[in-house]
Design a protein around this ligand. Structure first.
Ligand code: ZN
Length: 149
């Protein structure tokens, strides 16, 4: 269990240090800002839709390691997916992050996203991990700003 925890830490630290798709996007069709006042996280998610497919997705912002790693992992996860697939992914990730602490996480299903499951033991950090997903969801709805409370 400790080894798994170390591995998780490594994934989070790596994505925090070298976040993937961390850039503003020219020609984004959708964007939204997310704020998590409890922690001070701010993230802007950019999406380029082609039909109903997420052709490109990126983010910018500042925040804690959890929020940055979650945003970085999310962009890798939803890129190339359809809107429907991305929404399904959001629901599954949300359920995983807010799930019962004792419930095992399916590593095959979540891959590196599972590294964020540790937040279940720290309720105050759950919003850090879900913030980028809420911002993505807001971008795909109407855009604008969202605040997690
Ligand atoms: Zn945070």
């Amino acid at each position: 269990m400790n080894e798994l925890f170390d591995l998780y830490q490594d994934i989070i630290l790596d994505h925090n240090k070298r976040p993937r798709n961390f850039r503003a996007m020219d020609g984004a069709t959708h964007a939204a800002e997310g704020h998590n006042p409890l922690c001070g996280d701010e993230v802007t998610v950019f999406v380029k839709l082609n039909g109903d497919k997420i052709e490109d997705v990126s983010f910018q912002g500042q925040g804690c390691a959890i929020s940055r790693a979650s945003a970085s992992l999310m962009t890798g996860e939803v890129k190339g997916k359809t809107l429907r697939e991305a929404r399904g992914e959001f629901e599954r990730v949300k359920a995983m992050l807010t799930g019962d602490n004792d419930e095992p996480v399916d590593l095959l299903e979540f891959g590196n996203m599972a590294s964020l499951s540790g937040v279940r033991r720290f309720p105050a950090r759950i919003k850090c991990a879900t913030l980028p997903w809420h911002a993505l969801d807001a971008a795909l709805q109407d855009g604008g700003e969202i605040t997690t409370e």
